[in-house]
Design a protein. Structure first.
Lengths: 437, 274
């Protein structure tokens, strides 16, 4: 039983038919003109032909970094070795869309991204341009960077530009007020935590709400201090097991300092943990230098840091130094222009200019490029230079797919340290799925 | 006495409820006039310790919001007009004529709306590349029209079906063909529904983020939602500038809603009572 008013019969009579035809024709006409309009404006600026401008797809979306990269491209264009345009995409969008960009039929030529296994993953799928030519001119670069930029088949696929460091950051004025010194060893560190706790300050700040990956820094550092960087890399590459007793030893150490963590740290992201540190509500904070972008400008001069305390003096000292730079699409229609741009990024002048105009604390990777002239930066640079080995960061040394397994395991551990055996078993199971997938 | 008390309670309760409803909006407005150092020192949730309107300038010039707004309107206006136009034609045919399989067609259109858009992201991206529309505003318009069409047709179909058949019969007797009936009789009568849908679809398309970042990759073609996202840095964001940008981006939708709200309410009510 149908409701509603009577419906006119569909009557393909001549008059009606003509009427319908007219209507349909109108539609077709509209669609036709629309399509042709599309076609004429679809191509936009001609990209990708061998003499055209190279497109740099950039995730440096914070205002200062964006300005810095735009300036760099401007200088490059003035040099006459080629032309390039920069295309800044929100970093969060960029992260999710990067596979789409790389696999599209007419991809952008150059991309900002991270060195290490995240780049090698794309290389193993044949998506990245072989940039060994660019590396031939980089004799001065240290071997560690060359290794970092080399994929499994032995060709270079990545061009580094800057890196930064991680450390325990604190306010000099607060440490002076509390009458405490930078610790060197694990015992010093525990003593420092005890002192701060005695003064009513939560000693160790952390921000795990929205940014649970920050906890991975603790895992990375404890692991490279206790088991050393080679074991750490093997573990993250799936050649060791997370339920290994050596990994458990990491968590045994971690438990010693768990009572000193800021209990509020689980609720807020690291940006707010930064605010808490600067306000003196926490004593110190293990974080990368990027956190300083969240600090008010007048507090920057008061910041200092110390390296993650040494636990076993027999283990060669390694530091986390995440390296940022560029790779290029294998499908670029202008390999020469692309390589010219990448070569420009490797020069000391370009890196110095970038470091100057981006307010963030980053170090140029060119051995002869001058870093920013501040005590904090000199100290960071010296720390990295003195390290026997460099690691990147959990996700950069493994994969973005493995990162969530770490986030789950570490957050759970900080909540229920008693269940560490079960947590590590689960972590291993989760990691196996990732490595198989 | 009791009546007074009840009125009083009602008003207090409703005021509190409205405040609760408006609190996030107010929070964003307050945040948009704070300075970055204030937010960095006191946190995003604290009361303001500073006042600045420079955030609006930054969002407008550094954030490129003007171009983003123009892009948004370039996509939204044609999308709304085209999808409503096509939906009205489809609904007219499906509701007033015995087209074979019309029920199936309608159900198919509705079924398309039940699919979560996320599973279509990659097909849509690949298809837009195939047609050469990838990274153009046309692609976005096509996607928005395509995805809106089913729902708009369904709503308009329900509306047109309930218009009295006598009007159409009278028009037919007067010698009007289907096209004339559509243009002169149906469309004017459907105006409340069209206005309500117009306001809704304007908001949906204007506020869409997912499709924009799926079919576009060049920053100066991005509409306003991805442009707002682009104000976020990799690690640290200037929340005050983002808040200012959000306030600016909300203006067109609020304007459209205020303009159409009369139709919107009457449009919703029509068909409720028979």
């Amino acid at each position: 039983m149908r409701k509603g008013p009577p419906v006119t019969d569909f009557d393909p009579g001549r008059r009606r038919f003509l009427g319908n035809l007219g209507l349909a024709g109108l539609g077709a006409l509209g669609a036709g003109s629309l399509l042709s309009a599309c076609a004429s404006s679809a191509s936009g600026p001609a990209k990708g032909d061998s003499s055209g401008a190279v497109t740099l797809q950039s995730n440096l979306s914070s205002p200062q970094a964006k300005t810095a990269i735009e300036k760099l491209i401007e200088t490059f264009n003035k040099q006459g070795k080629g032309t390039a345009t920069v295309n800044t995409i929100a970093s969060e969008t960029f992260r999710t869309q990067l596979p789409t960009y790389l696999t599209s039929a007419n991809p952008p030529d150059v991309y900002t991204w991270y060195a290490g296994s995240v780049a090698n993953d794309y290389a193993s799928k044949g998506l990245l341009l072989d940039v060994s030519d660019v590396w031939q001119g980089l004799g001065e670069y240290p071997q560690s960077l060359r290794t970092l930029s080399t994929d499994a088949t032995g060709k270079q696929v990545f061009v580094p530009m800057t890196n930064y460091w991680w450390g325990f950051f604190y306010r000099k004025s607060n440490f002076a007020k509390w009458g405490v010194q930078e610790p060197k060893t694990w015992a010093d560190f525990l003593a420092l935590c005890e002192t701060l706790k005695g003064k009513g300050v939560p000693p160790i700040g952390i921000g795990l709400g929205d940014t649970p990956w920050v906890a991975s820094a603790w895992f990375d550092y404890l692991n490279i201090r206790i088991n050393g960087a080679p074991f750490h890399r093997d573990l993250l590459a799936g050649r060791q097991r997370f339920d290994d007793p050596k990994v458990k030893a990491v968590f045994t150490r971690w438990r010693e300092v768990l009572p000193y963590f800021d209990p509020k740290g689980k609720a807020y992201p690291f940006q707010e943990a930064t605010t808490a540190l600067l306000a003196g509500k926490t004593g110190m904070f293990l974080i990368g230098t990027f956190f300083a972008d969240a600090a008010p400008k007048d507090a920057l001069g008061d910041l200092d840091f110390f390296r993650f305390p040494i636990i076993d003096p027999a283990v060669p000292v390694a530091e986390e130094a995440p390296t940022d730079g560029f790779f290029a699409s294998a499908k670029t229609r202008n390999p020469d222009g692309t390589k010219a741009l990448l070569t420009y990024f490797t020069t000391a002048e370009a890196q110095e200019e970038y470091v100057r105009s981006s307010s963030g604390i980053v170090l140029p990777v060119h051995p002869k490029a001058k870093a920013a002239d501040s005590p904090l930066v000199s100290k960071g640079k010296a720390m990295l230079a003195s390290a026997a080995e460099l690691t990147q960061f959990f996700n950069r040394d493994s994969s973005d797919a493995l990162q969530p397994t770490a986030d789950t395991a570490l957050t759970k551990f900080m909540d229920k340290p008693d269940q560490i055996d079960a947590i590590l078993r689960e972590w291993q199971a989760g990691a196996e799925k990732v490595f198989k997938g | 006495m009791i009546r007074k008390l009840r009125t009083g309670t009602f008003h207090t309760g409703m005021t509190l409820l409205s405040l609760l409803w408006l609190a996030p909006v107010l929070w964003v407005v307050v945040m948009s006039v704070r300075s970055f150092d204030d937010i960095a020192t006191n946190g995003v949730g604290s009361l303001p310790h500073s006042f600045t309107l420079d955030t609006y300038r930054q969002a407008w010039t550094d954030g490129g919001e003007l171009r983003a707004l123009v892009n948004s309107l370039l996509v939204t206006v044609p999308s709304v007009l085209l999808s409503l136009g096509l939906a009205a034609v489809a609904a007219y045919a499906l509701s007033r004529y015995r087209i074979p399989g019309r029920r199936t067609i309608l159900l198919l259109m509705l079924a398309g709306n039940l699919l979560p858009p996320q599973i279509l992201l990659i097909p849509v991206q690949k298809f837009s590349e195939l047609t050469g529309l990838y990274d153009t505003l046309w692609a976005l318009i096509a996607v928005q029209v395509g995805f809106g069409l089913g729902f708009y047709t369904f709503v308009l179909h329900g509306f047109m079906r309930d218009l009295p058949g006598e009007i159409q019969e009278a028009a037919t007797i007067d010698g009007a063909g289907p096209a004339q009936i559509f243009a002169r009789v149906m469309l004017p009568l459907t105006r409340p529904a069209l206005a309500a849908l117009g306001a809704l679809s304007f908001t949906w398309i204007f506020n869409d983020l997912l499709w924009a970042i799926t079919v576009l990759r060049t920053d100066d073609r991005m509409p306003v939602t991805p442009a707002l996202l682009a104000l976020q840095g990799q690690f640290v964001s200037s929340w005050n500038v983002i808040a200012a940008g959000t306030v600016i981006a909300a203006v067109p939708t609020v304007a459209v809603f205020l303009r159409f709200q009369r139709h919107f309410i009457s449009g919703l009510a029509i068909g409720a009572v028979k």
